[in-house]
Design a protein around this ligand. Structure first.
Ligand SMILES: [Zn+2]
Length: 312
């Protein structure tokens, strides 16, 4: 392995790379969370080697002397001890030794994180959660992802696998979950954008989806508002449990559906969460809308890069 050169003067920037199902989003990020430069390229679907080569190409595109480290967010559980992407559901990456490979390739400290955790770290450092050292983030998109910052530290579980909030049970023996998940009654089956689209189709016909549902609510459609309140109730049940477990000061709601429907979800979800949470956690409950949009993952990944640099 090539020796890692740690600059004597702390480098000002880190490259953050957010690996998604179809796109690689990368950026040069300053310590205050400002994105200085961006790069985007499609993510190949054919082989692990091709994905790794494109990740290297994204970093190469942005690399300059101001960059002291690199961080990656991947849609997979992460083995932090070995620096390995364990298995992506939607990409051909399995048991991929991303950290060692990128360290050797670029000679810089490299951090690795689950993509939802990276988004939570991004919002904590530079978005809706700035200055709040205890927060829970939920991303409602195609699936439901989540991340926790507790006592000013990202929560990663035993070895980086936590926290998969989309797959906590909120209804015993409830709706079947999505994709490869064999569970039932999981949060993802009730509050994800896909679940909202399915509910919208049932109510408004085959051409409806989550976008149309929110648009109808904006046009004051009573059925649409009722359906969003119902979804918010399930979300509130889950948030109530997360309050009891993590006692956060803030719950940040992100993801395409979470942000678009935020104004309809917040009130009823807070009400239900308050009912389920105990004193004093219930008094603290506050939902905030994510601020960084699709950049949350790459900004968070860059902070994971800074973390690797500071630990080197
Ligand atoms: Zn599930």
């Amino acid at each position: 392995m090539r020796r890692i050169t740690v600059p004597t003067v702390q480098a000002g920037h880190a490259i953050g790379v957010d690996l998604g199902g179809t796109k690689i989003l990368a950026g040069v990020v300053a310590r205050d969370g400002t994105v200085v430069r961006r790069h985007e390229r499609p993510c190949p679907q054919d082989s692990q080697e091709h994905v790794l080569a494109e990740l290297e190409a994204a970093v190469t595109e942005l690399l300059d002397e101001s960059v002291g480290s690199v961080g990656f967010g991947a849609p997979s559980p992460i083995d932090q001890a070995r620096g390995v992407v364990v298995r992506c559901v939607n990409l051909p990456l399995e048991n991929a030794p991303l950290r060692d490979r990128m360290r050797e390739r670029f000679g810089l400290p490299v951090g690795l994180e689950n993509d939802a955790n990276a988004a939570a770290i991004g919002e904590w450092r530079a978005g809706a959660g700035r200055g709040v050292d205890d927060l829970v983030m939920l991303t409602l998109g195609t699936g439901v992802g989540g991340g926790v910052v507790s006592g000013g530290r990202p929560f990663r579980g035993r070895n980086g696998e936590g926290a998969e909030f989309g797959h906590v049970v909120i209804v015993h023996d409830g709706r079947p979950c999505q994709g490869a998940c064999t569970g039932r009654g999981h949060l993802e089956a009730y509050v994800s954008g896909s679940a909202a689209s399915a509910a919208a189709r049932e109510r408004f016909g085959p051409s409806a989806d989550a976008h149309r549902l929110v648009r109808l609510a904006n046009e004051r459609d009573a059925d649409a508002k009722e359906l969003l309140t119902e979804i918010a109730g399930y979300l509130g049940s889950a948030i109530g449990s997360f309050l009891n477990i993590f006692a956060p000061r803030l719950v940040v709601l992100g993801g395409g559906f979470g942000v678009a429907a935020f104004d309809y979800l917040r009130g009823p979800a807070e009400e239900v969460a308050q009912r389920e949470a105990l004193e004093p956690m219930r008094n603290e409950v506050r939902l905030a809308k994510a601020e960084l949009g699709t950049a949350a993952g790459l900004i968070g990944a860059a902070f994971v890069g800074f973390e690797a640099l500071d630990a080197a």
